[in-house]
Design a binder for this molecule. Structure first.
Ligand code: PEP
Ligand code: MN
Length: 353
């Protein structure tokens, strides 16, 4: 993808930070957030005006009235301001209000018809555009949405990784599946990819570690939700951080040398780091299920270790390993260790009663 430019030329630095409330709720709230964002040294303010909500009846944003507050924040604090658009009408109103950039949300990116309509409306418009990953971990859908926008002539274009919906129990609101943005980077090496630790974590106590992990993996920046009074937020209250926490976070994140795209070893290592991180997440998920089994066995007065089941599991794992050029002995060791920890976790369930 040739000719891409930084989202904001004046802020052409890495990492690029974007922060602000999930939703613009009132003029006072937005200006307080903007002030905090500017004080943290962050150059781009985000705020949702039209909110795509999964559940009907949730707060759906105050609508176009809030665009004037964003414009005021821009004048008052010298910030670039961005908001989410989901239809050509949203885009038209945002452009009238001199908004500096827009993002296409995860639910919209999932729908090629909706993305194409926005892309068509972007033709001939010089504005920064950020494409969030689709709700499902489908890299083709993400690439497709980015291509639609690029084909309309947009060159100030970036991607945001906000995690993926899942029915599985994970510590996160949206499973990170780090291999998906890494694959996006492989397919489109010229596009800047930011990570959104707020929507991935869904909890403010996870924001710092997810931010550091993204920078360690070589992401170009972060989009973080920040609200002057997070616990009172009308949307995504559990994941927003205060301006003071944002300031502290930005000051303490460790910056890494990002591997150049021709740094082959660096790319391999990033890939390995991602896989390791997934292994840990999968193990945590497995232990979660083990504890549920422990609870079931406790209620039904069953013994924790069922030898037949353990033998079956080991044989199946060894057989699978052999078809994938992994030695039986190695898999046997790994699964024995996993089983031991599983049993320990199940016994813990019994003990805690
Ligand atoms: C948001 O950024 O507040 C938002 C709704 O994001 P997503 O599309 O990633 O859910
Ligand atoms: Mn949000």
């Amino acid at each position: 993808m040739d000719g891409l430019r930084p989202l904001f030329e004046e802020l052409a630095c890495e990492p690029l930070y974007v922060a602000g409330p999930c939703s613009a709720e009132s003029r006072e709230q937005l200006l307080a957030a903007a002030r905090g964002v500017a004080m943290a040294g962050v150059g781009v303010l985000r705020a949702g005006v039209w909110k795509p909500r999964t559940k009907p009846g949730s707060f759906e944003g105050v609508g176009s009235e809030a665009l004037a507050w964003l414009a005021e924040a821009k004048r008052e604090y010298g910030l670039k301001v961005i908001t989410e658009v989901a239809t050509p009408e949203h885009l038209e109103q945002a452009l009238k209000a001199e908004i500096d950039g827009v993002w296409i949300g995860a639910r919209t990116t999932t729908n090629p018809f909706a993305t194409q309509q926005i892309a068509d409306a972007l033709r001939g418009v010089d504005i920064a555009v950020i494409v969030k990953n689709p709700v499902i971990p489908d890299v083709d859908l993400w690439v497709g949405a980015i291509e639609r926008v690029y084909n309309s002539g947009v060159r100030r274009l970036a991607a945001v990784h906000r995690g993926f919906g899942t029915h599985q129990t994970t510590p996160y609101r949206n499973a990170p599946h780090w291999s998906v943005p890494i694959e996006l980077h492989r397919r489109i090496p010229t596009i800047a990819i930011l990570s959104d630790p707020s929507h991935i974590g869904g909890r403010r106590d996870l924001v710092a570690q997810l931010s550091q992990q993204a920078l360690d993996l070589g992401f170009s920046g972060l989009m973080i939700e920040c609200h002057p009074h997070p616990e009172e937020a009308l949307s995504d209250a559990a994941q927003q951080i205060t301006p003071a926490v944002l300031q502290e976070l930005v000051a303490t994140l460790r910056l890494r040398r990002t591997p150049a795209s021709n740094d082959v070893l660096g790319d391999f290592r990033l890939h390995i780091d991602t896989i390791d991180s997934r292994i840990i997440e999968l193990l945590a998920e497995r232990m979660d299920v083990a504890r549920q089994i422990g609870e079931y066995k406790r209620q039904h007065a069953m013994a924790v270790v069922q030898h037949d089941r353990y033998n079956e599991l080991l044989l199946a794992a060894e057989a699978k390993a052999e078809t994938m050029s992994i030695s039986k002995e190695f898999i046997n060791q790994i699964f024995s260790a996993i089983h031991e920890e599983s049993v320990r976790q199940q016994l813990d369930v019994n003990k805690s009663r």
